[in-house]
Each structure stands twice: as C-alpha cells, then as structure tokens.
Design a protein around this ligand. Sequence first.
Ligand SMILES: [Zn+2]
Length: 312
Amino acid sequence: MRWQGRRQSDNVEDQRGEDSGGFPGGIGRGGGFRLPGGSGIRTARGGGFSGIIILAAIFLFLKFCTNIDPMQILVDSGGGDGQLLPGQSQTAPGDTSVKSNDEMTQFVRTVLAETEDVWSGIFQAEGKTYPAPTMVLFSGQVRSACGFASAASGPFYCPGDKKLYIDLSFYDELDKKFGASGDFAQAYVLAHEVGHHVQNLIGVLPKFNQMRQNMSEADSNAMSVRVELQADCFAGIWGHFTQQKGILEQGDLEEALNAAQQIGDDTLQRKMQGYVVPESFNHGTSAQRATWFKRGFDSGKLESCDTFSGKI
Ligand SMILES: [Zn+2]
C-alpha cells in the first residue's frame, strides 16, 4: 500500500502502557477479529426458530419492502442504539495524544483515516453522516464497555462504546502464527472491525446481539458467521475504494485474500486442534471469508454484502 504521507486519523485513544485496572471476566463483544475456540459466544437455550431467517427477513424487509435502506436506521437512532452497556457514555471524543507515533502507529492511523473517508462518502451518498469510531491502542489488556479483554483474544469492536480495540502486537502474530503478512493484510484486519462499526450503525449488530440471547449455540454460531462475513464484505468495499484512489500496489489484494483464508474457522481449527467442527464455526470458512471480501472489493456496494439471505 502507498499509505505514507496520507492523512492520519485523530480518532485514537492511546492506552498503551497504562494499567487497564481491569478484572478478569467474559467479554461479550460485537465480533472480534477472531474468537479462538468460540469464546465470547453467549449460550442461551430457547428460541428454536432459526434467527438467521428472522434477521434476513428484517434486512430484506427494510431494504426491499419498505424502501427504507437499513442505513436509514442510523438517522432514527441518532447514533444511539440501546446496545450500550451500563456505565458507558455513548461517545467519547478522540484523544489525539498518541504516545508513540512510530511507523506501525502511523500506519493504523492512516488506514483508519482512509476508512473514515470511504464510509463518510458512502453515508453521504445516502444523505447521512458517518460517525467515525474511535480506535483504542492498548498493550496486553484493556477494559472496554464490552468487558475486559486481553491481547490474546485479538482485535475487536465493542458496539457498547463504538470503539475498536487493537494491540498492535497482533500483527506480529498475524504474520508469524497465521502466515498472513503484508500491509494490506493488516489493513484488512482494521477494515473488518470498522465493518462491525458500520453494522452497528445500520442496525445489524444490535439486532444480532439481541436475538442471540435466545438462540441455541448452534444457531448463534451460524448467525455469527453471517455477521462476520458481512464485516469481511464491508472491508472489501473499503478495499474497492482504496484501489480506486490508486493506493494499492501489486499483490495487495492477494495479501488480504490470503489473510482472510488463513483466519478462516476451518483453517484455524485444523491448525490448532487437527480437526474441524463446522457447528462451532463463528467467523466462516477460509473460502467464505475470501469470497465475501472479494465480493465487496469487486462491487464497492452495500447491496453485494447481504449475507443474511440465501446460501453463503
Ligand atoms: Zn469480526
């Protein structure tokens, strides 16, 4: 990527080196980059009817039957969405006091700025304003509105405070442990989390988090896959516009597609436990993740990211 010299976002809270003051506990987040072993999925019995169908119906109803684009929800909610957890304010102004603006920090700030530009443009085309998320840089562990998290759980987005959290050491892991190297692979990770932010704004994430309370674990996992694949598709949309700006270099797309494949549930499980348990998938297979990223990348359109209807 030709990212150097471009705008760097100030929507950053640098908590590196700070004591998070956290306490151990589960984190119920809106979808991390990866959830090893299916952690973070709350299990509840009941429901019975596949929530996927309901969510798909809602999405399609909004989109096609009422002529209300799901984007519309943004306006009605005024940025709030009832997903907030106790003790958290809705928004926090970005803290521009970045502790160390080393090359990696500059890179993620630049990628974040690029996502702001792209999504602002897409929202603007719908007559809406895009409320940009805040990126929290942390080291080791962090406390979010979604709970306490350690670097081991990977980057994640918390719908409760509309912030994305990343310990930049994850990129080392992505390269060495998961075999996904390259700056565009790293950018994809961030763009995926921003994709969850967009899902939060358009109402997909709140609906999912509400519905999965009453779903079986299998149904919850199956719907989680659809949510995650949509975030991959949204990351692809970002990639589409990034390419249009001429920022991408030869091999960048392949880096992202390789990353998507390396972190597919089947590949991860095969690597970590030697066998695959499809019912426990919550992010999608390697093939699905790469396919949906590519779909967004090729089209640049939200409509191409309807992962809630039909076969994925
Ligand atoms: Zn995710």
